[in-house]
Design a protein around this ligand. Sequence first.
Ligand SMILES: Nc1ncnc2c1ncn2[C@@H]1O[C@H](COP(=O)(O)OP(=O)(O)OP(=O)(O)O)[C@@H](O)[C@H]1O
Ligand SMILES: [Mg+2]
Length: 399
Amino acid sequence: MSKTMATPAASPLAGRRILLVGPNLALAVGELLKGAATESAALERLPQAFAGAYDLVLVDADAWEAQALAGAVEALAATDRAAPVLLIGERLPTTVVRPLMRLTSSDVLEAPFSADQLAGAATALLASAQPAPTPSAPEGGSRCWAVSGAVGGAGATTIAVEIATALAARSGKDRSVCLVDLNLVDGAAAAYLGAQPNMRLGDFTGAAERIDAALLQAFVSPISKQLDLLASPRDPEAFDTVSREAVLRMLEVACECYEWVIIDMPRHRRTWTLEALSGCDEVLVISELTVPALIAARSLAEEIETAVNGPAKPRIVLNRLASRMFGPAPSMAEAERALQRKSDGGISSDWEAAAAAANLGGAIAQHRPKSKIVKDIAQLVDRFAAAARQPGAASQRAA
Ligand SMILES: Nc1ncnc2c1ncn2[C@@H]1O[C@H](COP(=O)(O)OP(=O)(O)OP(=O)(O)O)[C@@H](O)[C@H]1O
Ligand SMILES: [Mg+2]
């Protein structure tokens, strides 16, 4: 883009969060961005330019191939929660402008234009912006399940993702399920789902009370119409810098907003772990079929049972069962001997499906719907959801 301009008197964008989609935009728009919090991104990011996360999105139409840009705008429009978008450039093809008009708030500005024209268009879009939509509070109270691996790599994240996806499909209601990745340092749920992690709890360490439903929406990465994700960008310091209050407040608000909250729990105990677990209706300890993992699962389940003053007796779920395990195979009996109890569920092994979904970005239920994993998860979800040991426990966390 080759647009240059004089400085407007006062930048209407000061203090606003602006996403710049186009490598030359910062330079071209220049002084207009003074005082604004800007972020530059490639086109792949446009479908996640949500109201709440950004006040305005500036897109350089000349920087992208029209078909690709049209596709990204369409994907953003399909989410129903786009931030206002201003498309500028010398070429504004109708293939791009048409989907743009489907956004709640958008405008186009053909180059060349003056600084005042640009400032005027930006100001009008900011004024027309709707507040970020928040999910409505669940009528029957929310239900919260935590998933924790007994050992590293047991499959906790995979199972949490599939449970959340299965519940979203069962519920069918818009924004009914939230998957929360509490592995704040190096959570993988966003990568498994091919989403951009947006949760920045560190900014609220001394101000947890400022986390409310509207703010939570700025943290959310939408996965589907029914499913949202709360996950943090990688941060090696996060367990030290994010306060207990911020984590617990975020969970409390999530439980006020969503019918189902599924937590991918870190294996090692944090200052907030027991309190978070005590608010859960179900705690799932995921093990694999090795003796060390089974011993760890038993210990973890016992620890949680002893320490947590909550409704949920942890359930042990065995993951990556090979087909021979389903009969009266000795290894299953051995597993339950090592656990000194019966397991509460089993998930089949299907490496191809698990790897394909992880590589494509999305749930196994989406990419390999016929996988045995999907069938087993559906059964597990039906069984645990029907059990409803103490509905609404999660929503009483704050009490
Ligand atoms: N039922 C299954 N069948 C085949 N592969 C599986 C299954 N469940 C998980 N996997 C695979 O096992 C690996 C570890 O899974 P995952 O990341 O979910 O484990 P985790 O317990 O969350 O690990 P971490 O301790 O790193 O958090 C991944 O490659 C995943 O695709
Ligand atoms: Mg994990």
